[in-house]
Write a protein that binds this ligand. Structure first.
Ligand SMILES: CC(C)(COP(=O)(O)OP(=O)(O)OC[C@H]1O[C@@H](n2cnc3c(N)ncnc32)[C@H](O)[C@@H]1OP(=O)(O)O)[C@@H](O)C(=O)NCCC(=O)NCCS
Length: 173
């Protein structure tokens, strides 16, 4: 598959998208465009196949946020001032179930992490955070995300990835 990842555009076809999770389907169909274009509270990136350039195969949404310094493990905040730490929030990520297992999830998260590094270079941000479904924790861990201790035991698991870890991984390539 020749896949491109780009910003969500108005004419994109969203109604057929089905990742098997209603809140994630609903976000893309009902809120992603407004949040991006009108409210400026989240930018959505979509994976499309070149031969069907309006059909969304997968997406992720990024926003900025912050976390109290004590919200991250001590070894990741040593030496930092007692401010809330700026971060990139990976607010949503999903692949249409008809296209799962073909590397789209990998392509999407890799792009989200590249964008995070660019943001960190331009405006400063310490980490990327996501609220992972419990059954996806191992999937995010493959990319270096670490569960944040003390997060709620039910519902999503908050996970973070330090920007310094990301930079180091990029330099090793
Ligand atoms: C999680 C998700 C994005 C993965 O997308 P994908 O396109 O299937 O992922 P990829 O093809 O890049 O990767 C598949 C690999 O991840 C592994 N994998 C899939 N689900 C996994 C899980 N829950 N835990 C650990 N590994 C998992 C597969 O075994 C496969 O491994 P391999 O590369 O060694 O063969 C997709 O399953 C999805 O959208 N699910 C529904 C929505 C969702 O739950 N989003 C996450 C919200 S927190």
């Amino acid at each position: 598959m020749a896949v491109t990842i780009r910003r969500l555009e108005g004419p994109d076809e969203l109604e057929s998208f089905d990742c098997g999770d209603e809140p994630l389907n609903n976000y893309l169909k009902r809120h992603a465009w407004t949040n991006q274009e009108k409210s400026s509270i989240g930018v959505t990136y979509v994976a499309i196949e070149e031969s069907l350039p309006r059909i969304v195969l997968g997406y992720f949404t990024l926003a900025t946020s912050s976390i109290p310094r004590d919200g991250l493990p001590k070894k990741h905040v040593r030496g930092l001032p007692p401010y809330d730490l700026p971060l990139v929030l990976l607010a949503r990520l999903a692949v249409d179930r008809r296209f799962c297992g073909k590397g789209l999830g990998h392509a999407l998260i890799s792009e989200a992490l590249k964008i995070t590094l660019r943001v960190a270079d331009e405006v400063g941000c310490r980490c990327v955070i996501t609220d992972a479904y419990r059954d996806k924790v191992d999937w995010y861990a493959r990319y270096g995300f670490i569960p944040i201790e003390g997060a709620a035991e039910i519902g999503p698991q908050k996970m973070f990835l330090d920007v310094r870890t990301l930079r180091a991984a990029l330099q090793r390539r």
